[in-house]
Design a protein around this ligand. Sequence first.
Ligand code: IFM
Length: 405
Amino acid sequence: MIKFPQDFLWGAATSAYQVEGDNVNSDWWQWEKDAGRENSGRASRHYEFYEQDFDLAKSLNHNTHRLSIEWSRIEPEDGKFSQEELKHYIDVILSLRMRNIEPMVTLHHFTNPAWFSKSGGRENRRSVAKFLRYCDFVIRSLGKHVHYWITINEPMVYIYHAYILGVWPPEAKSLLKAKAVEDNLVSAHTRAFRLMHKIYKELSIPKPSISVAQNMQAFVPCTQDFKNRFAAYLRGKWYNLGFLYKIMRRKAVDFIGVNYYSRQLVELEKWGIRNLAMDVCKNNHHPVKKNSLGWDIYPEGLCEVLLKLKKYELPIIITENGISTPDDNLRWEYIHDHLENIHLAMEKGVKVTGYLCWSLMDNFEWDKGFGPRFGLIDIDYSTYKRTVRESAVKFGRGCKTGELE
Ligand code: IFM
Protein backbone atom coordinates (compact mmCIF):
# COMPACT_ATOMS: atom_id res chain seq x y z
CA MET A 1 0.00 0.00 0.00
CA ILE A 2 1.33 3.45 -0.87
CA LYS A 3 0.04 6.74 0.42
CA PHE A 4 0.01 10.20 -1.13
CA PRO A 5 0.02 13.44 0.88
CA GLN A 6 -3.26 14.73 2.26
CA ASP A 7 -3.28 17.92 0.20
CA PHE A 8 -2.52 16.11 -3.09
CA LEU A 9 -4.53 17.37 -6.11
CA TRP A 10 -6.58 14.55 -7.61
CA GLY A 11 -8.74 14.82 -10.69
CA ALA A 12 -8.99 14.84 -14.44
CA ALA A 13 -8.47 17.16 -17.40
CA THR A 14 -10.35 18.15 -20.55
CA SER A 15 -9.97 20.79 -23.24
CA ALA A 16 -12.75 22.99 -24.57
CA TYR A 17 -12.58 22.05 -28.25
CA GLN A 18 -12.44 18.34 -27.50
CA VAL A 19 -15.54 18.24 -25.30
CA GLU A 20 -17.72 21.34 -25.62
CA GLY A 21 -19.06 21.03 -29.17
CA ASP A 22 -19.98 23.64 -31.78
CA ASN A 23 -16.85 25.74 -31.58
CA VAL A 24 -17.70 27.22 -34.95
CA ASN A 25 -15.34 30.21 -34.77
CA SER A 26 -12.22 28.13 -34.21
CA ASP A 27 -9.49 27.53 -36.80
CA TRP A 28 -9.88 23.77 -36.18
CA TRP A 29 -13.57 23.93 -37.12
CA GLN A 30 -12.61 25.74 -40.31
CA TRP A 31 -9.85 23.22 -41.03
CA GLU A 32 -12.15 20.22 -40.52
CA LYS A 33 -14.49 21.70 -43.10
CA ASP A 34 -11.82 22.80 -45.60
CA ALA A 35 -9.76 19.61 -45.34
CA GLY A 36 -12.85 17.35 -45.32
CA ARG A 37 -11.90 15.84 -41.97
CA GLU A 38 -14.06 14.19 -39.33
CA ASN A 39 -16.08 16.96 -37.77
CA SER A 40 -15.90 17.65 -34.05
CA GLY A 41 -19.57 18.68 -34.27
CA ARG A 42 -21.21 18.52 -30.88
CA ALA A 43 -18.17 16.75 -29.37
CA SER A 44 -19.28 15.47 -25.91
CA ARG A 45 -21.80 18.33 -25.50
CA HIS A 46 -20.00 19.39 -22.35
CA TYR A 47 -20.89 23.04 -23.05
CA GLU A 48 -24.49 22.11 -22.18
CA PHE A 49 -23.88 19.24 -19.74
CA TYR A 50 -21.01 20.58 -17.64
CA GLU A 51 -23.06 20.51 -14.40
CA GLN A 52 -23.85 16.84 -14.89
CA ASP A 53 -20.20 16.09 -15.76
CA PHE A 54 -18.96 17.87 -12.64
CA ASP A 55 -21.48 15.96 -10.53
CA LEU A 56 -19.85 12.79 -11.82
CA ALA A 57 -16.35 14.13 -11.11
CA LYS A 58 -17.49 14.95 -7.58
CA SER A 59 -19.01 11.49 -7.13
CA LEU A 60 -15.59 10.11 -8.13
CA ASN A 61 -13.95 12.19 -5.37
CA HIS A 62 -11.99 14.50 -7.68
CA ASN A 63 -10.83 17.60 -5.85
CA THR A 64 -9.34 19.32 -8.93
CA HIS A 65 -10.41 19.71 -12.54
CA ARG A 66 -8.43 21.06 -15.48
CA LEU A 67 -10.41 22.67 -18.30
CA SER A 68 -9.63 25.12 -21.07
CA ILE A 69 -11.19 28.28 -22.35
CA GLU A 70 -11.98 28.43 -26.05
CA TRP A 71 -10.46 31.74 -27.17
CA SER A 72 -12.67 31.79 -30.29
CA ARG A 73 -15.78 31.93 -28.08
CA ILE A 74 -14.41 34.78 -26.00
CA GLU A 75 -13.15 36.77 -29.01
CA PRO A 76 -15.03 35.54 -32.10
CA GLU A 77 -13.86 38.54 -34.14
CA ASP A 78 -10.62 40.45 -33.85
CA GLY A 79 -11.06 42.84 -30.91
CA LYS A 80 -14.73 41.94 -30.26
CA PHE A 81 -15.14 40.25 -26.89
CA SER A 82 -18.21 38.30 -25.82
CA GLN A 83 -19.49 39.08 -22.33
CA GLU A 84 -21.97 36.25 -22.72
CA GLU A 85 -19.27 33.62 -23.30
CA LEU A 86 -17.17 35.08 -20.52
CA LYS A 87 -20.18 34.64 -18.23
CA HIS A 88 -20.47 31.03 -19.37
CA TYR A 89 -16.91 30.30 -18.23
CA ILE A 90 -17.47 32.14 -14.94
CA ASP A 91 -20.51 29.91 -14.39
CA VAL A 92 -18.46 26.81 -15.25
CA ILE A 93 -15.74 27.74 -12.79
CA LEU A 94 -18.20 28.66 -10.06
CA SER A 95 -19.96 25.35 -10.53
CA LEU A 96 -16.63 23.63 -9.82
CA ARG A 97 -16.07 25.83 -6.79
CA MET A 98 -19.58 25.03 -5.50
CA ARG A 99 -18.61 21.37 -5.55
CA ASN A 100 -15.35 22.13 -3.78
CA ILE A 101 -13.36 21.20 -6.88
CA GLU A 102 -10.28 23.33 -7.54
CA PRO A 103 -10.25 24.64 -11.13
CA MET A 104 -7.08 24.67 -13.21
CA VAL A 105 -7.62 26.73 -16.35
CA THR A 106 -5.75 26.48 -19.67
CA LEU A 107 -5.74 29.55 -21.90
CA HIS A 108 -4.51 27.92 -25.12
CA HIS A 109 -5.08 24.24 -25.91
CA PHE A 110 -4.12 23.91 -29.61
CA THR A 111 -7.03 25.91 -31.10
CA ASN A 112 -7.10 29.56 -32.16
CA PRO A 113 -9.87 31.85 -33.35
CA ALA A 114 -10.23 31.53 -37.15
CA TRP A 115 -9.58 35.28 -37.61
CA PHE A 116 -6.30 34.93 -35.69
CA SER A 117 -5.05 32.11 -37.89
CA LYS A 118 -6.05 33.96 -41.06
CA SER A 119 -3.83 36.84 -40.00
CA GLY A 120 -0.75 34.59 -39.70
CA GLY A 121 -1.49 32.74 -36.45
CA ARG A 122 1.41 31.99 -34.15
CA GLU A 123 3.98 32.61 -36.90
CA ASN A 124 3.17 36.28 -36.75
CA ARG A 125 5.04 38.29 -34.12
CA ARG A 126 1.88 40.33 -33.53
CA SER A 127 0.21 37.15 -32.27
CA VAL A 128 1.84 37.77 -28.89
CA ALA A 129 0.04 41.08 -28.35
CA LYS A 130 -3.27 39.57 -29.48
CA PHE A 131 -2.86 36.68 -27.05
CA LEU A 132 -2.07 39.10 -24.21
CA ARG A 133 -5.17 41.16 -24.97
CA TYR A 134 -7.29 37.97 -24.65
CA CYS A 135 -5.49 36.98 -21.43
CA ASP A 136 -6.05 40.42 -19.95
CA PHE A 137 -9.80 40.23 -20.67
CA VAL A 138 -10.14 36.77 -19.17
CA ILE A 139 -7.91 37.19 -16.12
CA ARG A 140 -9.56 40.39 -14.91
CA SER A 141 -12.86 38.51 -14.53
CA LEU A 142 -11.76 34.97 -13.71
CA GLY A 143 -8.74 35.86 -11.59
CA LYS A 144 -10.60 35.93 -8.31
CA HIS A 145 -11.95 32.42 -8.88
CA VAL A 146 -8.84 30.68 -10.24
CA HIS A 147 -5.47 29.97 -8.64
CA TYR A 148 -3.92 27.49 -11.10
CA TRP A 149 -3.34 28.50 -14.72
CA ILE A 150 -1.78 26.84 -17.75
CA THR A 151 -0.97 29.42 -20.40
CA ILE A 152 -0.15 27.02 -23.25
CA ASN A 153 -0.83 23.32 -23.53
CA GLU A 154 1.99 21.17 -24.97
CA PRO A 155 3.85 23.81 -26.98
CA MET A 156 6.17 21.20 -28.52
CA VAL A 157 3.28 18.95 -29.62
CA TYR A 158 1.57 21.92 -31.21
CA ILE A 159 4.73 23.00 -33.06
CA TYR A 160 5.56 19.46 -34.14
CA HIS A 161 2.12 18.58 -35.52
CA ALA A 162 1.14 21.94 -36.98
CA TYR A 163 4.50 23.26 -38.25
CA ILE A 164 6.89 20.32 -38.74
CA LEU A 165 4.78 17.25 -39.61
CA GLY A 166 2.03 19.47 -41.07
CA VAL A 167 -0.81 17.18 -40.01
CA TRP A 168 -2.71 19.85 -38.04
CA PRO A 169 -3.75 23.30 -39.14
CA PRO A 170 -2.09 25.30 -40.69
CA GLU A 171 -0.37 22.19 -42.19
CA ALA A 172 3.06 23.85 -42.43
CA LYS A 173 6.18 21.77 -42.91
CA SER A 174 8.85 24.33 -42.24
CA LEU A 175 11.59 24.40 -39.65
CA LEU A 176 11.85 28.16 -40.07
CA LYS A 177 8.18 28.62 -39.27
CA ALA A 178 8.44 26.17 -36.40
CA LYS A 179 11.27 28.22 -34.92
CA ALA A 180 9.27 31.45 -35.27
CA VAL A 181 6.28 29.83 -33.56
CA GLU A 182 8.45 28.55 -30.73
CA ASP A 183 9.91 32.03 -30.16
CA ASN A 184 6.45 33.57 -30.21
CA LEU A 185 5.09 30.98 -27.78
CA VAL A 186 7.97 31.55 -25.37
CA SER A 187 7.29 35.26 -25.52
CA ALA A 188 3.49 34.78 -25.25
CA HIS A 189 3.88 32.60 -22.17
CA THR A 190 6.45 34.84 -20.47
CA ARG A 191 4.52 38.04 -21.04
CA ALA A 192 1.21 36.43 -20.06
CA PHE A 193 2.87 35.13 -16.89
CA ARG A 194 4.02 38.64 -15.95
CA LEU A 195 0.72 40.23 -16.91
CA MET A 196 -1.26 37.74 -14.84
CA HIS A 197 0.90 38.28 -11.76
CA LYS A 198 0.51 42.05 -12.25
CA ILE A 199 -3.28 41.83 -12.48
CA TYR A 200 -3.52 39.64 -9.37
CA LYS A 201 -1.41 42.20 -7.51
CA GLU A 202 -3.50 45.13 -8.75
CA LEU A 203 -6.69 43.36 -7.69
CA SER A 204 -5.15 42.29 -4.35
CA ILE A 205 -5.73 38.60 -5.07
CA PRO A 206 -3.25 36.10 -3.56
CA LYS A 207 -0.55 35.17 -6.11
CA PRO A 208 -1.61 32.67 -8.81
CA SER A 209 0.33 29.53 -9.78
CA ILE A 210 1.14 29.54 -13.48
CA SER A 211 2.88 27.13 -15.85
CA VAL A 212 2.69 25.46 -19.24
CA ALA A 213 1.62 21.81 -19.63
CA GLN A 214 4.78 20.30 -21.09
CA ASN A 215 4.46 17.02 -22.97
CA MET A 216 7.37 14.77 -21.99
CA GLN A 217 8.33 11.37 -23.28
CA ALA A 218 10.75 8.73 -22.10
CA PHE A 219 13.38 8.67 -24.84
CA VAL A 220 14.98 5.25 -24.53
CA PRO A 221 17.88 4.13 -26.75
CA CYS A 222 16.97 0.87 -28.45
CA THR A 223 20.57 -0.37 -28.24
CA GLN A 224 23.60 0.94 -26.39
CA ASP A 225 25.04 2.08 -29.71
CA PHE A 226 26.48 5.62 -29.27
CA LYS A 227 24.28 7.21 -31.93
CA ASN A 228 21.09 5.90 -30.28
CA ARG A 229 22.20 7.04 -26.84
CA PHE A 230 23.22 10.43 -28.19
CA ALA A 231 19.92 10.92 -30.05
CA ALA A 232 17.89 9.92 -26.96
CA TYR A 233 19.88 12.40 -24.89
CA LEU A 234 19.37 15.19 -27.43
CA ARG A 235 15.63 14.57 -27.72
CA GLY A 236 15.29 14.71 -23.94
CA LYS A 237 17.08 18.06 -23.89
CA TRP A 238 15.26 19.52 -26.88
CA TYR A 239 11.75 18.07 -26.73
CA ASN A 240 11.22 17.58 -23.00
CA LEU A 241 13.21 20.44 -21.58
CA GLY A 242 13.97 23.02 -24.29
CA PHE A 243 10.82 25.10 -23.91
CA LEU A 244 10.89 24.80 -20.14
CA TYR A 245 14.53 25.99 -19.95
CA LYS A 246 13.61 29.09 -21.90
CA ILE A 247 10.73 30.09 -19.65
CA MET A 248 12.54 29.08 -16.45
CA ARG A 249 15.48 31.25 -17.48
CA ARG A 250 13.00 34.13 -17.70
CA LYS A 251 11.70 33.24 -14.22
CA ALA A 252 8.23 32.67 -15.65
CA VAL A 253 7.22 29.38 -13.99
CA ASP A 254 5.51 28.82 -10.62
CA PHE A 255 5.21 25.05 -10.99
CA ILE A 256 5.98 22.52 -13.72
CA GLY A 257 3.01 20.97 -15.52
CA VAL A 258 3.88 17.56 -16.98
CA ASN A 259 1.81 15.66 -19.56
CA TYR A 260 3.22 12.15 -19.83
CA TYR A 261 1.90 9.27 -21.93
CA SER A 262 4.55 7.10 -23.53
CA ARG A 263 8.03 5.96 -24.47
CA GLN A 264 9.90 6.54 -27.70
CA LEU A 265 12.38 3.82 -28.57
CA VAL A 266 15.21 5.62 -30.32
CA GLU A 267 17.03 3.78 -33.10
CA LEU A 268 18.88 5.67 -35.84
CA GLU A 269 19.18 4.31 -39.35
CA LYS A 270 22.21 6.53 -39.94
CA TRP A 271 23.80 9.78 -38.80
CA GLY A 272 21.89 12.85 -40.01
CA ILE A 273 20.00 15.80 -38.53
CA ARG A 274 16.60 14.38 -39.42
CA ASN A 275 17.58 10.92 -38.18
CA LEU A 276 18.78 12.38 -34.88
CA ALA A 277 15.48 14.14 -34.41
CA MET A 278 13.02 11.55 -35.70
CA ASP A 279 14.20 7.95 -36.16
CA VAL A 280 12.52 5.35 -33.99
CA CYS A 281 12.81 1.58 -33.77
CA LYS A 282 10.64 -0.02 -36.44
CA ASN A 283 11.35 -3.64 -35.50
CA ASN A 284 9.38 -3.93 -32.28
CA HIS A 285 12.50 -4.52 -30.20
CA HIS A 286 11.76 -4.45 -26.44
CA PRO A 287 7.99 -4.89 -26.96
CA VAL A 288 5.59 -3.54 -24.36
CA LYS A 289 1.80 -3.22 -24.23
CA LYS A 290 0.38 -0.41 -26.34
CA ASN A 291 -2.64 1.88 -26.29
CA SER A 292 -5.18 1.86 -29.13
CA LEU A 293 -3.12 4.48 -30.99
CA GLY A 294 -0.05 2.23 -30.89
CA TRP A 295 1.80 4.25 -28.22
CA ASP A 296 4.08 2.23 -25.93
CA ILE A 297 2.93 1.90 -22.33
CA TYR A 298 5.96 2.66 -20.19
CA PRO A 299 5.10 3.79 -16.64
CA GLU A 300 8.71 3.72 -15.39
CA GLY A 301 9.45 6.48 -17.89
CA LEU A 302 7.33 8.87 -15.83
CA CYS A 303 9.56 8.30 -12.81
CA GLU A 304 12.65 8.84 -15.00
CA VAL A 305 11.27 12.09 -16.40
CA LEU A 306 10.32 13.35 -12.95
CA LEU A 307 13.79 12.61 -11.55
CA LYS A 308 15.27 14.79 -14.32
CA LEU A 309 13.10 17.67 -13.10
CA LYS A 310 14.10 17.33 -9.44
CA LYS A 311 17.00 19.76 -9.65
CA TYR A 312 14.72 22.69 -10.55
CA GLU A 313 13.14 22.50 -7.08
CA LEU A 314 9.72 23.52 -8.33
CA PRO A 315 6.42 21.82 -7.46
CA ILE A 316 5.31 19.49 -10.24
CA ILE A 317 1.75 18.65 -11.21
CA ILE A 318 0.96 15.84 -13.62
CA THR A 319 -1.43 17.86 -15.76
CA GLU A 320 -2.26 14.89 -18.05
CA ASN A 321 -1.73 11.14 -18.08
CA GLY A 322 -4.05 8.55 -19.52
CA ILE A 323 -4.75 5.90 -22.12
CA SER A 324 -6.98 5.39 -25.14
CA THR A 325 -8.19 1.83 -25.01
CA PRO A 326 -11.31 -0.30 -25.38
CA ASP A 327 -9.97 -2.43 -22.49
CA ASP A 328 -10.99 -0.81 -19.22
CA ASN A 329 -8.86 -3.19 -17.12
CA LEU A 330 -5.85 -1.96 -19.04
CA ARG A 331 -6.93 1.63 -18.33
CA TRP A 332 -6.86 1.00 -14.59
CA GLU A 333 -3.54 -0.88 -14.84
CA TYR A 334 -2.11 2.12 -16.74
CA ILE A 335 -3.31 4.71 -14.19
CA HIS A 336 -2.28 2.54 -11.25
CA ASP A 337 1.23 1.88 -12.58
CA HIS A 338 1.84 5.53 -13.41
CA LEU A 339 0.70 6.58 -9.93
CA GLU A 340 3.10 4.02 -8.49
CA ASN A 341 5.95 5.58 -10.45
CA ILE A 342 4.97 9.08 -9.35
CA HIS A 343 5.10 7.87 -5.76
CA LEU A 344 8.51 6.33 -6.37
CA ALA A 345 9.80 9.67 -7.67
CA MET A 346 8.30 11.40 -4.62
CA GLU A 347 10.14 8.98 -2.34
CA LYS A 348 13.32 10.03 -4.13
CA GLY A 349 12.65 13.65 -3.30
CA VAL A 350 10.65 14.96 -6.29
CA LYS A 351 7.92 17.34 -5.18
CA VAL A 352 4.82 16.17 -7.06
CA THR A 353 1.68 17.88 -5.79
CA GLY A 354 -1.05 16.52 -8.03
CA TYR A 355 -2.23 14.07 -10.68
CA LEU A 356 -4.86 14.81 -13.34
CA CYS A 357 -6.00 11.96 -15.51
CA TRP A 358 -6.65 12.49 -19.22
CA SER A 359 -9.49 12.59 -19.59
CA LEU A 360 -12.64 13.06 -17.54
CA MET A 361 -14.71 11.82 -20.49
CA ASP A 362 -14.32 10.44 -24.00
CA ASN A 363 -13.69 13.23 -26.45
CA PHE A 364 -12.59 14.39 -29.89
CA GLU A 365 -8.98 13.29 -30.36
CA TRP A 366 -7.96 15.90 -32.96
CA ASP A 367 -6.97 14.42 -36.35
CA LYS A 368 -7.82 10.92 -34.99
CA GLY A 369 -11.47 11.89 -34.47
CA PHE A 370 -13.80 10.14 -32.03
CA GLY A 371 -12.26 6.65 -32.28
CA PRO A 372 -9.78 6.77 -29.38
CA ARG A 373 -11.42 6.47 -25.97
CA PHE A 374 -9.42 8.26 -23.28
CA GLY A 375 -12.33 8.84 -20.88
CA LEU A 376 -12.85 7.83 -17.29
CA ILE A 377 -16.45 8.33 -18.37
CA ASP A 378 -17.80 6.67 -21.51
CA ILE A 379 -19.80 8.84 -23.92
CA ASP A 380 -22.38 7.21 -26.13
CA TYR A 381 -22.15 9.57 -29.11
CA SER A 382 -25.63 8.67 -30.38
CA THR A 383 -27.41 9.65 -27.14
CA TYR A 384 -24.66 11.56 -25.23
CA LYS A 385 -25.39 9.33 -22.26
CA ARG A 386 -22.56 9.31 -19.73
CA THR A 387 -21.48 6.02 -18.12
CA VAL A 388 -18.81 5.88 -15.44
CA ARG A 389 -16.20 3.24 -16.24
CA GLU A 390 -14.98 0.78 -13.61
CA SER A 391 -11.46 2.24 -13.91
CA ALA A 392 -12.91 5.62 -12.89
CA VAL A 393 -14.43 4.08 -9.77
CA LYS A 394 -11.09 2.49 -8.84
CA PHE A 395 -9.26 5.75 -9.46
CA GLY A 396 -11.98 7.52 -7.44
CA ARG A 397 -11.17 5.33 -4.42
CA GLY A 398 -7.56 6.50 -4.64
CA CYS A 399 -8.73 10.12 -4.89
CA LYS A 400 -10.75 9.65 -1.72
CA THR A 401 -8.24 7.84 0.45
CA GLY A 402 -4.97 9.01 -1.11
CA GLU A 403 -3.98 5.34 -1.00
CA LEU A 404 -3.12 2.82 -3.68
CA GLU A 405 -2.93 -0.94 -3.27
O1 IFM B 1 -6.07 14.65 -26.38
C1 IFM B 1 -4.77 15.07 -26.18
C2 IFM B 1 -4.75 16.42 -25.47
O2 IFM B 1 -5.43 17.38 -26.19
C3 IFM B 1 -3.33 16.88 -25.27
N1 IFM B 1 -2.50 15.87 -24.67
C4 IFM B 1 -2.56 14.54 -25.22
C5 IFM B 1 -3.99 14.08 -25.33
C6 IFM B 1 -4.04 12.66 -25.91
O3 IFM B 1 -3.48 12.64 -27.17
